[in-house]
Design a protein around this ligand. Structure first.
Ligand code: G4P
Length: 287
């Protein structure tokens, strides 16, 4: 099943981003550390006009630490890009971001002459959480800019950083169905755009291949089938997702499995590695 998801209000977004970037000193692109490739929007690279960009690898508490380290190394090779793994819920980690913004824009960074930082990211990567942690009680909403139809909100953090918050300005690229399925597995795609059973089967196939030991440990499985249906069945049995007659309810089992995976209950998992995160039309077309 092909995943299509393109909320209408995002369609004018890149013109508006382009306009905002003119007035920005540094771009903070929030990515999901578990899938930094698919949670980014590659248009941003075109639009950023050599402005420095910090790739925040958010939710690193859920990602495989070794893979996150590999991503940081890979991003550092691109001119003007810095990568910072953090958890947007942890103030101590978020403070590193403030430091890095000031380091990248040394001519600014005091309350009278703040660094103007634009926060972008696809839905659900943790932008609001990050902004709330950054703003804390100091949050000062300067007001909506009527010319900017996306309602970019400005927030003066009163610590030398002025944020442009751009809700929902970026969207993931769904032409890459492998990426779409990884996003769906992570929880970034609205439930009404996907079929839980298909996404659960995709996730089971991935986990068997990449993290079999975590799967066995969580669901007390001594052996893993290579057939994703059988894996979901075994997980469903373990989680008690049974229909009448004692058969596993595959839909419920897939949904429960995805909920656990997204919450980190199966372990710290990365869905993409820098060497292999290439677009594929076919990888995830489980039908
Ligand atoms: P958005 O603005 O980019 O759309 O994302 P938002 O901040 O709403 O975050 C989406 C979900 O990701 C939220 O979970 C949020 O708590 C979670 N989240 C954000 N940052 C982190 C992080 O660093 N680590 C972890 N583990 N989770 C993070 P939710 O279940 O939708 O909401 P809630 O029940 O947690 O409030």
């Amino acid at each position: 099943m092909t995943i299509r998801w393109y909320p209408g209000h995002m369609s004018k977004a890149h013109e508006e981003i382009s306009e905002l970037i003119r007035r920005t000193d540094v771009i903070i692109e929030v990515l999901d550390a578990r899938l930094p490739f698919s949670s980014s929007n590659h248009l941003l690279e075109e639009l950023r006009r050599n402005k420095p960009c910090i790739k925040v690898l958010n939710k690193h508490d859920l990602a495989d630490p070794a893979v996150t380290t590999a991503w940081v190394r890979s991003f550092q090779t691109v001119s003007g890009i810095r990568a910072l793994p953090l958890s947007a819920k942890q103030l101590a980690e978020v403070k590193q971001l403030i430091k890095l913004c000031k380091h990248l824009v040394p001519k600014r960074g005091n309350p009278g002459y703040p660094v103007r930082a634009m926060v972008v990211g696809i839905p659900n990567v943790g932008k609001s959480t990050l902004i709330n942690t950054l703003a804390g009680k100091c949050m000062a909403k300067v007001g909506d800019k009527p010319a900017i139809t996306v309602r970019a909100q400005q927030i003066d953090l009163r610590n030398g950083i002025h944020l442009f918050d751009t809700p929902g300005l970026l969207w993931p690229e769904m032409s890459d169905q492998g990426g779409a399925y990884r996003l769906a597995t992570s929880g970034a795609i609205g439930a009404n755009a996907l079929d839980y059973t298909n996404v659960g089967l995709f996730a089971a196939e991935f986990m068997v291949r990449r993290y079999p030991e975590l799967l066995k440990a969580r669901y007390k499985l001594s052996e893993l089938s290579e057939e994703p249906y059988e894996v979901i069945e075994a997980i469903g049995r373990c989680l008690g997702c049974l229909a009448s007659g004692g058969v596993v309810d595959l839909h419920r089992a897939a949904e429960a499995f995805l909920r656990e995976l997204r919450a980190g209950k199966v372990g710290r998992i990365s869905f993409e590695e820098p060497e292999t995160a290439i677009p594929t039309e076919t990888a995830a077309q489980v039908s």
